[in-house]
Design a protein around this ligand. Structure first.
Ligand code: ADP
Ligand code: MG
Length: 464
C-alpha cells in the first residue's frame, strides 16, 4: 500500500470530500448513495469530524455496518485517524431526497453549529436519549415519572439514590441518559457525569497504576449528578467497590444526585457488602419490566417517526407481536427492515417484516398450531373446521383445505405426516401435493395470492 497523503486542509467540506472519494471506490454504488451521499460535514477540529445525518437510524446503521470501512477510507485518504461524530439534522432528510432526484452532491447546506452541552465539560451524554422519546407503558411508568421528578430538582427528592434495575434491552441506559440530558438542558451550571461501571473500573485501575488515585477520587466526587450504569459490573471487584462506596458517601453527604442501574435487584448483587446494598436502597429502587404489546407498538411507531418513516399498522403489529422481550431487538429489527426497504426500494409490508424477522431472531417465531390455522381459514372462508378435516372432495372444500395445509407447512413446525393426520388422516404426499398446488396457483393468480397472504397475516396476528 502506498503511503497515504497527509491532510493539508482543515475545511470540513474538503476533508469529507476527500474521504468520500475513497469511500466510493470501496462500496457498491447503491450503498454509497443511500448511506453516505446524504451526509453533510459540519465541522472539523483536532482530528474530529462532525457529520450531519438525516436521522439517528442513519448513523446507527453506518456505525454497525460501515465503521471499519469508513475508518480505513479516512486513513487512506487523509493519513490521519479522524474521529467521527454524528449529529442528527432532520432538515437533511429533505435535501437528501432532493439531491437524489437531481443527482448532484451539494455541500452548501447551512447547518446550525452543534449545540454545546455540559458547560464544556465532558458528560458522556448522547442527546438522542430523551424523556420525550422514552415511551411510557405500565412497565416503566413509575420509573419514568420518578426520573422526571428527580431531574427537575436533582438531589432534592426522596429518589436519591435512584436505582433502576431490569433485564438487558429494557431501557435502563436510555432512562439514565434522559435524566442527564434533561438536567444539562435545564440547569447548565450543574455538572453531570454519565459513566458505565466498566469505565469507572478502568479509570480506577489506571489511576492506581499511575499513582493518581487522588485525581480520580477528586474527579468523581466533584460532580453534581452521577449516573453510573450497570453496577453489576462491580461484582467481585472489591477494590473498585470500596472506591465506589466512598464516592457514594461523599456525593450523598453533599446532597448530590446519584442514579444507578443494574441488571438485577440490589439484593441479588453478589459480593456487594451489606453497607453498599443498604445504601443502594436508601432512595428509590424500581424495576423496568417488559413492555406489553401496546407499548411495544408505540415504541416502534415512535422510532419510525423519528426516522421519518411511516410504519403501516399491520407491520407494527406484526413486529411487536413477534419480538416480545427486548426493546433493543425490537428496534434492531425495525432498523433492519427500514434499511432493507430503502436499499431495495421496496415498500414496508408484513411480507418484508417477515423476511427480516426470519434472519433476525434466532429463536423461531411464535409457535403456530394446526388447529389455529384451521380456525382462521374457517373464519376467513366461511368453511366449517369439520369439513376441512373431512374426506369431502367438493371443489370449494378441497381448495380451502389445500390452503390450510399449505399454511400449516409454512407457519407451523409440524412434520408433513403430522399435518396430514390433522386433515382427516391424509398421508404426507397429499400434503406435498396441496403445497405445490397452492404455490402454483399463487404464481398464476394474483387475486388468489393476495387472499392467501391475507389469511397468512391473520394467522400470524392471531397468534399473540
Ligand atoms: P438497557 O440499558 O436496559 O440494556 P437501553 O436503554 O440500551 O437498555 O435500551 C435499548 C434500546 O431500546 C435503546 O435503543 C432504547 O432507546 C430503546 N428503548 C428501551 N425502552 C424504550 C422506551 N420505553 N421507549 C423508547 N425506546 C426505548
Ligand atoms: Mg444499558
Amino acid at each position: 500500500m502506498t503511503e497515504p497523503a497527509r491532510l493539508l486542509t482543515s475545511d470540513p467540506i474538503t476533508v469529507w470530500q476527500i474521504i468520500c472519494e475513497n469511500l466510493e471506490t470501496k462500496l457498491p454504488r447503491q450503498s454509497y448513495l443511500t448511506w453516505f451521499k446524504p451526509i453533510e460535514p459540519i465541522s472539523y477540529n483536532d482530528l474530529e469530524l462532525t457529520l450531519g445525518v438525516p436521522s439517528r437510524f442513519y448513523f446507527e446503521w453506518i456505525e454497525s455496518h460501515y465503521q471499519s470501512l469508513l475508518d480505513l477510507s479516512i486513513y487512506e485518504a487523509t493519513g490521519e485517524k479522524i474521529k467521527i461524530n454524528y449529529r442528527v439534522d432532520p432538515n437533511l432528510k429533505k435535501s437528501a431526497i432532493l439531491r437524489q432526484k437531481s443527482g448532484k452532491i451539494s455541500f452548501d447546506n447551512k447547518l446550525a453549529p452543534p449545540s454545546r452541552i455540559g458547560a464544556g465539560k465532558p458528560t458522556n451524554l448522547n442527546g438522542n436519549y430523551r424523556f420525550s422519546n422514552f415511551i411510557e407503558g405500565d412497565c416503566n411508568r413509575f420509573a419514568r415519572a420518578a426520573a422526571i421528578s428527580l431531574s427537575e430538582t436533582p438531589g432534592k427528592t426522596p429518589f436519591n439514590p435512584m436505582m433502576v434495575y431490569g433485564k438487558s434491552g429494557l431501557g435502563k441506559t436510555h432512562l439514565m441518559q434522559a435524566i442527564g440530558n434533561y438536567i444539562v438542558r435545564n440547569n447548565n451550571s450543574l455538572r453531570v457525569l454519565y459513566v458505565t461501571s466498566e469505565q469507572f473500573t478502568t479509570d480506577f485501575v489506571n489511576a492506581i497504576q499511575s499513582g493518581r488515585t487522588d485525581a480520580f477520587s477528586r474527579l468523581y466526587r466533584s460532580v453534581d449528578i452521577l449516573l453510573l450504569d450497570d453496577v453489576q459490573f462491580f461484582m467481585s471487584k472489591d477494590k473498585t467497590l470500596e472506591e465506589f462506596f466512598h464516592t457514594f458517601n461523599s456525593l450523598h453527604q453533599k446532597g448530590k444526585q446519584l442514579v444507578f442501574s443494574s441488571d438485577r435487584s440490589p439484593r441479588d448483587l453478589d459480593g456487594f457488602d451489606e453497607r453498599i446494598v443498604g445504601r443502594l436502597q436508601w432512595g428509590l429502587v424500581t424495576e423496568l419490566g417488559k413492555p406489553d404489546l401496546e407499548t411495544r407498538m408505540a415504541i416502534l411507531k415512535g422510532r419510525a417517526e423519528e426516522n421519518s418513516v411511516i410504519l403501516p399498522n399491520d407491520v407494527t403489529h406484526f413486529l411487536a407481536a413477534n419480538i416480545t422481550d427486548n426493546v433493543r431487538t425490537l428496534q434492531g429489527a425495525l432498523i433492519h427492515m427500514i434499511a432493507q426497504a430503502s436499499l431495495l426500494g421496496e415498500l414496508i409490508t408484513v411480507e418484508l417484516a417477515r423476511d427480516v424477522l426470519k434472519n433476525f431472531v434466532s429463536r423461531p417465531m411464535k409457535s403456530i398450531s394446526i388447529p389455529r390455522v384451521q380456525d382462521i381459514i374457517s373464519q376467513e372462508l366461511g368453511m366449517p373446521v369439520d369439513l376441512l378435516r373431512s374426506k369431502t372432495r367438493k371443489k370449494d372444500v378441497v381448495e380451502a383445505r389445500q390452503i390450510a395445509m399449505y399454511l400449516s407447512t409454512e407457519l407451523t413446525t409440524n412434520t408433513l405426516k403430522a399435518i396430514g393426520l390433522q386433515f382427516g388422516g391424509r398421508d404426507h404426499s397429499t400434503v406435498i401435493h396441496a403445497r405445490e398446488n397452492v404455490s402454483e396457483k399463487m404464481k398464476a393468480n394474483k387475486e388468489f395470492k393476495l387472499m392467501v397472504e391475507r389469511i397468512r397475516q391473520k394467522v400470524e396476528l392471531a397468534t399473540l
